[in-house]
Design a binder for this molecule. Structure first.
Ligand SMILES: [Zn+2]
Length: 233
């Protein structure tokens, strides 16, 4: 399955994510201070810190979805009212990017608490005769991992997959609504040596359980469509 602009979308998404995560890490380190103190971080940071990132992510996802929906329309060759697809795209991207960012932020928060507990737990650890307390530098190095370009890249790949699959589905949903033509979703892996053992067996098989790609982080699978074999609508 080739997506014309897939790499470009991934790159764009990875770029905004890694830039925004970096900004948020700098804010966090600033709040924490030296020596780091979690009480210095205002609750709003964890409640709403993701909203600025969402603002940048959302339009990229809308774009990816619409490009793919357009691609699906050309491939399948039946026109639909694209205004409806547009509306679906905007609604989905708003809701989905909010969910994704909240999830990412929750994990980041938990990880930060974990890292800092190892800092403040020094006394306890020394009592066990085993030095595990972190220095400020180690804390910031560990936090960098959670705000890193590598993580940004992984999120970008996974969410690009979700947006392009959603684009396929948005077009087909509109097609089915307007014409009654049913389409059968087919799982399409990238079919290269990078495909994982989870996805490889699904390649070119119908999706019957409602579980669409991505199947896991970094999944690059997509969806294709077949007309029902019996010619049924
Ligand atoms: Zn996959």
């Amino acid at each position: 399955m080739d997506f014309v602009n897939r790499e470009e979308i991934e790159r764009k998404l990875a770029r905004v994510l890694s830039k925004d995560l970096r900004v948020e890490l700098d804010k966090l380190l600033n709040y924490l201070g030296d020596p780091p103190n979690l009480a210095n971080v205002p609750p709003e940071y964890w409640q709403a810190g993701w909203k600025d990132i969402q603002k940048d992510v959302e339009p990229v996802l809308v774009d990816a979805l619409l490009q793919q929906a357009d691609d699906a329309m050309i491939r399948i060759g039946i026109g639909v009212d694209f205004d409806n697809v547009n509306r679906a795209a905007v609604n989905w991207a708003r809701q989905h990017s909010e969910e994704v960012m909240q999830q990412i932020w929750l994990r980041t928060h938990e990880y930060t608490l974990d890292v800092l507990s190892r800092y403040s737990g020094v006394g306890e650890v020394i009592a066990q005769g085993y030095e595990e307390g972190l220095t400020i530098r180690e804390i910031s190095e560990r936090l960098e991992r959670m705000f890193s370009p590598v993580r940004a890249e992984r999120i970008a790949v996974t969410e690009t997959t979700r947006a392009v699959v959603e684009g396929e589905r948005a077009y087909v949903a509109e097609l089915e609504r307007e014409t009654g033509q049913r389409m059968i979703p087919i799982w399409m892996t990238a079919n290269d040596e990078l495909v994982c053992p989870i996805c490889a067996p699904k390649n070119e098989k119908p999706i019957t359980n409602g579980d669409y790609p991505p199947a896991h982080p970094n999944c690059r699978c997509g969806v294709g469509w077949e007309f029902p074999k019996d010619g049924a609508l």
